[in-house]
Design a binder for this molecule. Structure first.
Ligand SMILES: [Zn+2]
Length: 335
């Protein structure tokens, strides 16, 4: 499978479908790449654009020729990205019309003209309407690839004109390999947190690994685990206590204001703690009855904490309760 759309990892079913369509010369002119954020839809769109333009390995892409390299660098006139500008959430109609008008005169360079709308949820109503006609009857050689997390996020008139291709989560070992290639000398704790929290999405793992908030979250988890192991004296240590200082640092790192930052940091703490419990349960051999009971008790406490934080409980109170109950859960004995 490695020769199908090189540069794209995993997603075998999607790759096979696209490669078969390319081989038969029957690639739909409007595709919707549907899947969670960070799973690789934009990379797949770029790989498909290379396959359409590459003179060295037509229908596959070589990744090395001038056309492929220009597509990778975003400098190929035959591949246009319609994305929100820095900081904006939507794609303005003026930009959409400009891109549409070029598509109507295409191909301008190479054998095809590819327009990648990423993400298609960012199209305003006017932008979406500006694309309707060209999506339905594009000039020969023009291809549209719309990325989205769900077809329901698109206007029905847009969604109905696109053939959907699904992109799902990748296996954990593949995500780890992608992360290690992209960021080779990552601190092991940040790496574990990024991989544990990315839900099979390599782009999300990379984003988390580069996010300074993750390091602060890891520091908070370590302080919380220490305080919980020590028990009530450490939990009720006052504002100067290690865990409360770590909470305030992690809250700052989220860049959310006031209580929202603390709540996000506390929810991040719960996520990391769940990962830690899981990691302890996936060692060699089956769990002893005592360890299984302790793990179940810890997960119940963590689920309660998450529910309380989601339901707007006062953050500090919720964290105190979490630390004390985790202390108890850890002592819960095999008897
Ligand atoms: Zn090439």
């Amino acid at each position: 499978m490695t020769d199908l759309l090189p540069g794209l990892e995993g997603h075998e079913a999607a790759r096979r479908r696209l490669a078969t369509a390319l081989d038969r010369g029957r690639l739909p002119h409007a595709l919707a790449f549907v899947g969670p954020t960070g799973v690789g839809k934009a990379l797949a769109a770029r790989a498909l654009a290379r396959a359409l333009h590459c003179p060295e390995r037509p229908g596959r892409g070589c990744g090395a020729c001038r056309a492929c390299r220009r597509i990778d660098a975003g400098h190929h006139a035959g591949v246009e990205w319609l994305t929100p500008e820095d900081g904006a959430r939507s794609i303005p109609v003026e930009t959409t019309r400009r891109v549409r008008n070029r598509a109507l005169r295409a191909p301008l360079e190479g054998p095809a003209h590819v327009v990648i709308v990423d993400p298609a949820e960012a199209l305003t109503l006017q932008s979406a309407n500006a694309l309707l006609k060209v999506l339905e009857e594009p000039p020969p050689g023009v291809h549209f690839i719309l990325t989205c997390t769900s077809l329901r996020g698109l206007l029905p008139t847009i969604a109905s004109r696109c053939v959907p291709i699904r992109f799902g989560a990748l296996p954990a070992d593949l995500v780890a390999a992608i992360l290690d290639t992209q960021i080779p000398d990552l601190d092991p704790k940040t790496r574990a947190a990024a991989l544990g929290l990315c839900a099979g999405r390599p782009g999300e793992a990379i984003r988390r690994a580069r996010d300074p908030a993750v390091a602060a979250q890891v520091a908070l988890f370590e302080a919380a685990a220490r305080a919980s192991a020590q028990g009530p004296a450490a939990v009720f240590s006052g504002d100067g206590g290690e865990v409360w200082q770590a909470l305030s640092e992690a809250a700052k790192a989220t860049k959310l204001k006031g209580a929202a930052g603390e709540r996000a940091a506390a929810l991040g703490l719960v996520d990391l703690w769940v990962l830690d419990v899981r990691r302890r349960c996936t060692g060699e051999g089956p769990l002893s009855a005592g360890n299984a009971r302790r793990a179940a008790a810890a997960l119940a406490v963590l689920m309660d904490a998450r529910a309380a934080l989601d339901a707007n409980a006062q953050v500090r109170l919720a964290v105190e309760d979490l630390l004390l109950r985790m202390h108890e859960a850890a002592g819960c004995d095999a008897a």
